[in-house]
Write a protein that binds this ligand. Structure first.
Ligand code: DQA
Length: 143
């Protein structure tokens, strides 16, 4: 059974309340329920973690090494400037899929840069909450 860790970064606990025109009206608890149900349907085990703090996300990525088969990471705003999170991803063999609810490339220029993209296996963005499920599909199909 594949073991997947889903990590939500800063302000993702505010989804549903926060800028619903961009991030959707579904709250994080419901998104998490959908992720867990979908993972179950794929025969995967899945753990979900949220933190607003960079160091806690670094800790979680390091701890996933050797324990999880993959990480789905929405690093929120840290995507655009956290070298610490990039280095944590680069330090482990565990594949990481970068996800974003919104199409970051259709938004402000500072969101067009992802410092984590070069060290991730791949990325999925712009499809709202489905990005988490699509990332689980990608892990299900990954050798
Ligand atoms: C986000 C996009 C980021 O630019 C932003 O800072 C977020 C959410 C997304 O899921 O679309 O917090 O990662």
């Amino acid at each position: 059974m594949k073991k997947i860790m889903v990590i939500h970064g800063p302000n993702l606990n505010m989804v549903g309340i926060r800028e619903p025109g961009i991030y959707g009206k579904t709250g994080i608890d419901q998104i998490n329920d959908e992720i867990l149900a979908y993972a179950k349907g794929l025969g995967m085990s899945c753990e979900i973690f949220h933190s607003n703090h960079e160091g806690e996300i670094v800790d979680k990525i390091q701890q996933a090494r050797g324990v999880f088969d993959g990480i789905v990471l929405n690093a929120g705003a840290y995507t655009h400037y956290s070298i610490a999170i990039r280095d944590a991803i680069a330090a482990i063999d565990t594949p990481v899929i970068e996800v974003h609810l919104s199409n970051v490339h259709a938004r402000e220029e500072f969101r067009h840069v992802s410092v984590i993209a070069p060290v991730c296996k791949g990325g999925i963005y712009g499809f709202g909450k489905s990005v988490y499920l699509l990332a689980l599909d990608a892990f299900a199909k990954m050798d």
